[in-house]
Design a binder for this molecule. Sequence first.
Ligand code: B12
Ligand code: SF4
Length: 523
Amino acid sequence: MRKLRIGIIDLVTKAPTRALYARVMHANYASIMPQVVAAWCEQEGHDVTLVCYTGFEDLANEVPENVDIVFIGAFTQAAQQSYALSNRFRANGAITVLGGPHARCYPQDAQKYFDYVLGFTDKQIVLDVLQDCSSYRPYGQHLSADQQPTNLPGVRERWKFIEQTLKKAPLIKIVPMIGSMGCPYSCSFCIDSTVSYQPMEFDVIKEDLRFLLTKYKRPRVGWHDPNFGIRFDDYMNVIEEAIPPDSIDFIAESSLSILSEPHLKRLKRNGFKAILPGIESWYEMGNKSKTGSKQGLEKLQKVSDHVNMILRYLPYVQTNFVLGLDSDDGPAPFELTKKFIDMSPAAFPAYSLISAFGQAAPLNLEYQRENRVLPFPFHFLNNNHAMNVKPKNYSWPEFYDHVIDVSAHSFSWRTIANRFRATTTRIPKWMNVVRAVSSEGFGRLKFYRKIRSLLEEDRAFRDYFEGETTKLPQFYHNMIKNDLRELWEWLPEGAIQHDPNAYLNSELEKVEKTQFTKAQIGA
Ligand code: B12
Ligand code: SF4
């Protein structure tokens, strides 16, 4: 086939920024797949330009205008940005392809703005797209492999793209790696609850770890596995066989059930420095936190002891919580979280407002059936700018009061000082302070307070939250416009709205089609 000029854009963030935290960390949030697609395209002899957009680049200048095809990787929060970009590239004659979490969660919507929308993506899918490279309008093609790929180009093959991205990270450089896909657990809100667990090739992982030691004196690796260490001994054996003990700093998301004391000893020996377990809720998901049927205070005590034990082995722990689950009712869940903050002062709490990301998880069908999914534009769906599920047991003002209360407690100067004192090593100590006082702590708190006051003062704003109107409040409209800047002009008409029940509707359509076919054949 002819040699193509290919642009690849990894949208790490949804808006231009000058924030210090973004400068330090955004390049470390680069996704693996855009680098993988870049490596696959180069292997086929094409000309590739990859840009990781961290909020500081001028996208118009960094991707050549005259590309034949552009792959964009986007989270849902960057959907509008990606739609505008696609429109601009299409106007210059390029074919556009969307991949990543947004494409997986909202394929029907994305098809309106891209020629191809990719779900599970393996090399064959990418080669098929390159071979076909045609314009599909008004609706793009939705393509997906049957399952997650079983192997991906490793660090060595992606190195050119990793290196250029990490040049943008001035202090801390984290190399993205992946050791497994899917997860054996089935947390109802999670995109991986229905994706079977599968390990990646161990030989590639070993080679990558050895390779990294030739590139950095003390490399840092962030594992992108949804739940790292499911086959714990296998992964530790791989690391121990590949590199000397404690020669690479590792960061991983693992569930508490994996983080037993013997496992922690081995993790410490092997250089693990930061771990991000999901506690999620005090009232459900006991299997992944190894608390079984324990709930409320009992679960809190057990989890807090567990987290404090982890902190005796590993210097940095981020505990993840989901706020707004149906099992939460009244002040108790928030009070328990505040208690946890006091009982485990060195752990950094990260909060996600429950979000129904399109067809990510089966639970979303339930929310859509109950007509509880609100049409907040994608731009706000990042687990904190908006919660698009109406809470079951709280009014909106009540819910935001609790969210503000728990955030204010988590990021009060007293708690920040306690966290600083309780954290024993230098980088984690300061990282916690920076996170608390930057957009994540103080920034979100300020935003939640703003939402709370608008809920009180602005009837139309409140009506939108109650689902009584679908007219987007001006506040949100302005935010998108400000964030998109010059791309605002390129946002296709109607691209701010989407059908919040697209998943349910497409499932119903499938059922109708089956019944129709059965009726046709007289079955
Ligand atoms: C690792 C991870 C992170 C890491 C690394 C992020 C990154 N840039 O990749 C960190 C901790 C930085 C992170 C941050 C965030 N995350 Co996150 N994260 C994950 C996690 C656990 C794994 C994703 C992963 O890498 N999987 C491995 C890859 C290979 O598989 P995959 O993602 O399924 O991708 C397949 C296809 O989608 C496709 N594909 C993927 N990307 C691309 C790109 C192109 C160009 C193409 C063609 C194809 C393609 O190919 C893959 C193979 O089939 C998922 C949850 C999960 N279990 O999947 C959440 C998840 C992706 N995160 C999520 C969210 C919301 C966030 C945050 C917004 C949270 C926040 N409030 O800060 C930020 C966003 C910051 C950012 N843009 O990087 C949501 C996304 C939902 C959505 N529709 O947007 C998820 C699904 C979790 C959830 N809540 O359900 N995250
Ligand atoms: S343990 Fe984590 S990755 Fe696995 S299903 Fe639950 S939330 Fe998803």
